[in-house]
Ligand binder design. Structure first.
Ligand SMILES: Nc1ncnc2c1ncn2[C@@H]1O[C@H](COP(=O)(O)OP(=O)(O)OP(=O)(O)O)[C@@H](O)[C@H]1O
Ligand SMILES: [Mg+2]
Length: 369
């Protein structure tokens, strides 16, 4: 794995893969995707396309690739282990194994002295009752694996909801975590390559609605150097412990008592899409650089403030977006469907007022309340 690493195989063919290919092309990288259908967002940006419908699809992707990466933390760990016998896979097994299970993730946070909410793993109604005693209420009950966009979660406010919560999302392993009274939600994206070079993007502020990320402001407003350094210190511990190669994202709650870790993702992240138009090197290019043994790019924001607004469910009036200066449209070529991420809009501005003027003009893309 050197900078002569040219062919990148991606497990998955969604929008993250699509944007990896768009950012990797100027570095002369060639992409190929392993997905379900050649109608997926990344399929047309990689050649050849390998289908999971085809018995040899995966073997052909491995044959093609100098290095393999993946789009989702739900990728099968056993598969990664198998592929790694013949072809480098980044991020490697340890990062994937840890990040796909909320219990393992929190155990790692504890081990590395990264603050997180109190939690208990539960696997029965009785153990849930005990956990409620230990953790206290309110609390959030979550599936340990496969949650996304707030799915597989139940907010427990009172003890009389315990049975309902278990019947709605139980019957499988869950984690009960204390409800964090946060001021706001933040995330940080870091990148590490195999030469142990680390770079960090500025902390960003994320606003969710109905469990889905709606917009990101970058850098987070009123960001102090102390809080940025605190987040970077947590990331450095995670990167080093995992021997992580590629992008790693950490979601955090900003509270009156400091930062509390929520969860991490061993991949490029929705809260980093602003970097495509707002940072010297975007997160996708830096992931490509990291996994192909290249030096990492500058993560500095190139404007005082930037934002990303997700386009959810319906594409809407994108003509208006195209007419606005310093506003950039990114569409994923997906069919409209309720709650589906179809694209995003990046905005760069000189001032916070300037940014919020643009937000007013783009109100139709923002949540109503
Ligand atoms: N312990 C908690 N206390 C308070 N709010 C929480 C807690 N856990 C989760 N939330 C809220 O629910 C949202 C989704 O939770 P989380 O990030 O754990 O799940 P997810 O399904 O993996 O989400 P995503 O895919 O959007 O990252 C958080 O961004 C936060 O707004
Ligand atoms: Mg999350």
């Amino acid at each position: 794995m050197t900078s002569s690493t040219k062919k990148i195989g991606v497990l998955g063919a969604g929008q993250l893969g699509r944007m990896l290919a768009l950012s990797g092309a100027p570095l002369k990288k060639m992409f190929s995707f392993y997905g379900q259908s050649n109608q997926e967002p990344a399929a047309q940006l990689g050649h050849p396309f390998f289908s999971s419908q085809d018995a040899n699809g995966l073997a052909d992707l491995i044959d093609f690739a100098d290095v393999i990466t993946y789009e989702s933390e739900n990728t099968d760990v056993a598969l990664i282990r198998e592929i790694a016998k013949t072809t480098p896979v980044y991020p490697a097994e340890k990062s994937l194994y840890t990040a796909q299970h909320r219990g393992r993730e929190k155990a790692l946070f504890d081990q590395l002295d990264i603050p997180c909410a109190p939690y208990q793993i539960v696997d029965s109604l009785d153990s849930l009752k005990v956990a409620v005693e230990e953790v206290g209420l309110p609390a959030v009950l979550k599936t340990t694996t496969e949650g996304y966009d707030g799915k597989g979660q139940f907010v427990l406010k009172e003890a009389r909801q315990i049975e309902q919560a278990w019947s709605e999302i139980g019957g499988r392993e869950l984690v009960l975590e204390g409800f964090v009274n946060f001021q706001r939600e933040l995330s940080i994206i870091a990148v590490r390559n195999a030469n142990n070079e680390h770079v960090y993007y500025p902390l960003v502020q994320n606003v969710h609605h109905d469990g889905i990320l709606r917009y990101t402001i970058a850098p987070a407003r009123n960001l102090t150097e102390a809080i940025q350094k605190e987040a970077e210190a947590y990331m450095q511990r995670l990167l080093d412990e995992l021997d992580h190669v590629g992008v790693l994202t950490l979601e955090l709650f900003d509270t009156l008592d400091g930062l509390i870790a929520n969860e991490m993702a061993p991949r490029v992240h929705n809260s980093g899409h602003w970097t495509q138009d707002g940072a010297e090197t975007d997160q996708f290019e830096n992931h490509v650089r990291a996994i192909s043994g290249m030096p990492l790019g500058d993560t500095t924001a190139c404007q005082p403030i930037a934002a990303m607004i997700n386009i959810i469910g319906q594409v809407g009036d994108t003509e208006k977006v195209l007419e606005m200066p310093n506003v950039f449209l990114h569409l994923y070529d997906k069919e409209e469907r309720p709650n589906r991420k179809l694209g995003h809009i990046n905005i760069v501005a000189e001032t916070e007022e300037g940014l919020f003027d643009v937000f007013k003009k783009l109100a139709s893309f923002l949540p109503k309340s």
